[in-house]
Design a protein around this ligand. Structure first.
Ligand code: PGA
Length: 250
């Protein structure tokens, strides 16, 4: 099985002004200078440029938190892939549960966004995950499979190896209620199986867990064989905590 480089992403959500983002990057860089992991920062749109410039010359990569599927047009308030690429942004979070829940993001829109990101050479970080009711009803796998089938419907099997998938159970996001390492492992392994059945080089794809990852619980989750990294919200707002999670991924 190929060694997959651990992938740790900081999803800042609607936090950090440009000045605060700059301060974070300056504090983080010396703390993670020796890491072999892929470290990705996901600031707000307006802080992207500042973060891109501050991390130049380092291995830290930068992702947007969303994008529109069209390159340009009458879509007030939206941001397109070419706009991100022009800033040297390398990746984009797509389908985060907060976008799905509060902003009407649909799987059908994601089916257009994922290929648009790939077409622009942006790495999609596709988020999938079930609600608490779905988990309690034994529907976790059905939900994950449906999301993956629709969101990736237009992606060639060869291109599936270029995406990152984040398993984010909605009941664990921002709640302090973290999935057990076994739950994270089971879901990530299942996602890998679904991708393999789609014809992907599934052993190469990084599959992350997200939902209340903290320095104290990161190591045991990241030790699981199919959990290749983490998408971190709350604990990624502090550079020391985030660096500790990066450290735990080694
Ligand atoms: P959390 O958020 O770590 O604050 O639970 C994770 C996410 O939403 O990506």
């Amino acid at each position: 099985m190929p060694e997959r480089t651990p992938y740790i992403a900081a999803n800042w959500k609607m936090n950090k002004t440009v000045a605060e983002a700059a301060e974070f990057v300056d504090a983080l860089l010396p703390l993670i200078a020796a890491t072999q992991c892929d470290v990705v920062l996901c600031p707000s749109f307006i802080a992207l440029n500042e973060v891109v410039e501050r991390r130049r010359g380092t291995a830290v990569r930068v992702a947007a938190q969303n994008m529109h599927e069209e390159d340009a047009g009458a879509f007030t308030g939206e941001i397109s892939a070419p706009m991100l690429v022009e800033l040297d942004v390398e990746a984009v979070v797509l389908g985060h549960s907060e976008r799905r829940q509060f902003f009407g993001e649909t799987d059908e829109a994601l089916a257009r966004k994922v290929p648009a990101a790939l077409g622009a050479d942006l790495e999609p970080i596709l988020c999938v995950g079930e609600t608490e009711a779905a988990r309690d009803g034994g529907e976790t796998k059905a939900v994950l499979e449906r999301q993956l089938q629709i969101d990736l419907a237009a992606v060639d099997s060869i291109d599936l190896a270029r995406i990152v998938v984040a398993y984010e159970p909605i009941w664990a996001i921002g709640t302090g209620r973290v999935a057990t390492p076994e739950q994270a492992q089971d879901a990530c392994a299942f996602i890998r199986d679904v991708l393999r059945m789609r014809g992907a080089a599934a052993n190469e794809i990084r599959i992350l867990y997200g939902g209340s990852v903290k320095p104290a619980n990161a190591a045991e989750i990241l030790a699981k064989p199919d959990v290749d990294g983490a998408l971190v919200g709350g604990a990624a707002l502090d550079p020391v905590d985030f660096a500790a999670i990066v450290e735990a991924a080694r």
